[in-house]
Design a protein around this ligand. Structure first.
Ligand SMILES: [Ca+2]
Length: 410
């Protein structure tokens, strides 16, 4: 054997060795409306149902779903690993609607970890639960490291939008019209776990809280809320004779402004910044029910407390303490005239450089544009010590002569 041949043999042995001992290569499968579950699930010969596809997945596999409406749900996909998440996603550019209509969820992930769900529409408009039952459109429980990104979650009666998880990432989702017309408050997102990141979601028309970080047992710790846009939550559907968007208190104890934008509670170290929260019926931000060391800064709040029975911001309440709350660099403005209520607070309250009760000169509040116009009193008047590195648009702070108050920098 000459030297070249020896090198070839060694290379071949090395190749076989790597293939033989290396990790099993994760597969990518496809589902399409014109597929068949008896086919191999390849791009050329896709499966027909999401149910079949999910059941066939192994850890770390990817399932790509092609355009169409699928009257079924995503059930118990296998866990992935830190190196390779199990992935279920729409083919980019195609609209995939998961439309469960006979069970109490569109997706359920119990005791699973390292899973990515991306780009799907979860439509629970036809979800109807038995009398007295409740559900979740996307239910994450007992698991961790789940990412739900770029999904739309809508509809549903007596069901929350997304619930659960620890160390989960919920980003760029559009969650809306949750329990419209229902008789109790259901939430856009209901987080009872810890170390979750909730960023750049748009949440509106949930008839309970937009985001509800709460756990009766405590431990809703270190959740971080960045750059979310939350509006028209906590409302009761308009009935004949009622003023638009208002609740009368006649429909039950949940009404009359009990729910609003975000509640941070029953945990320590929760953080919220760069959020824009407006036109919710109850408080835009509620810090209480045993919250410890919560930090709320550089948010823009406008026109919350629409029901007029509370305040735009509530820190502490008769039923639960807020310990060492920090509330800085926030804009709070609107017609209710009740900006901040503090009650039952332990430790030290840190409140610096908020803009309260002064017109912040928004570009167009009526159209939901809360960027600052020139000469806004929020410009360059924040404290740099509390400012995030970037604003809601990703613009670096500070610009001009200093850090601005609120979610936007100029
Ligand atoms: Ca500035």
């Amino acid at each position: 054997m000459n030297i070249t041949g020896a090198v070839r043999v060694s290379a071949a042995c090395f190749f076989v060795l790597v293939l033989g001992l290396g990790p099993v290569r994760a597969a990518t499968f496809y589902v399409a409306k014109d597929g068949r579950d008896s086919d191999p699930g390849t791009e050329a010969k896709p499966w027909a149902t999401v149910r079949h596809g999910v059941a066939a997945m192994a850890a770390g596999d990817t399932l790509v779903i092609r355009a169409g409406t699928y009257p079924e749900s995503i059930e118990y996909p296998p866990s992935g690993s830190p190196e390779r998440m199990t992935t279920i996603k729409a083919l980019p550019g195609e609209q995939v609607v998961i439309q469960a209509n006979d069970i109490n969820h569109c997706a359920v992930v119990h005791d699973r970890s390292y899973l990515l769900i991306q780009g799907l529409v979860f439509d629970a408009s036809d979800l109807r639960l038995p009398e007295g039952a409740s559900g979740q459109i996307i239910e994450v429980s007992g698991g961790s490291h789940i990412t739900i990104d770029g999904c739309e979650v809508r509809g549903g009666h007596d069901a929350n939008g997304i619930i659960g998880g620890n160390h989960c990432t919920y980003t760029n989702n559009h969650i809306h019209h949750i329990n419209v017309g229902g008789e109790a408050g259901y939430y856009g997102m209901y987080l009872g776990g810890h170390d979750n990141l909730i960023a750049h979601n748009t949440i509106h028309h949930a008839n309970g809280w937009g985001i509800h970080a709460y756990n009766t047992r405590g431990g809703a710790d270190r959740n971080t809320f960045i750059g979310n846009r939350i509006y028209h939550c906590g409302f009761k559907e308009k009935k004949p004779g009622e003023p638009d968007g208002k609740v009368t208190g006649s429909a039950g104890p949940w009404s009359a402004g009990r729910f609003g934008g975000i509640i941070l509670s029953s945990g320590s170290g929760d953080v919220a910044y760069n959020n824009v929260i407006f036109d919710n019926d109850g408080p835009g931000i509620f810090i209480g029910y045993g919250a410890v060391d919560p930090q709320v800064y550089n948010n823009t709040l406008y026109g919350n407390n629409r029901a007029g029975n509370d305040a735009q911001v509530r820190i502490g309440d008769p039923h639960g303490t807020a310990t060492n709350p920090l509330f800085s660099n926030n804009i709070v403005y609107g017609p209710s005239g009740k900006d901040i209520v503090q009650e039952n607070i332990k430790g030290t309250v840190t409140m610096e450089t908020n803009l309260l009760g002064r017109d912040p000169r928004f570009v167009d509040a009526a159209k939901g544009d809360f960027h600052l116009k020139p000469y806004s009193p929020a410009i360059d008047t924040g404290t740099a010590a509390r400012s995030p590195e970037t604003d809601l648009d990703g613009k670096k702070r500070p610009q001009g002569g200093g850090c601005d108050i609120g979610a936007y920098e100029r």
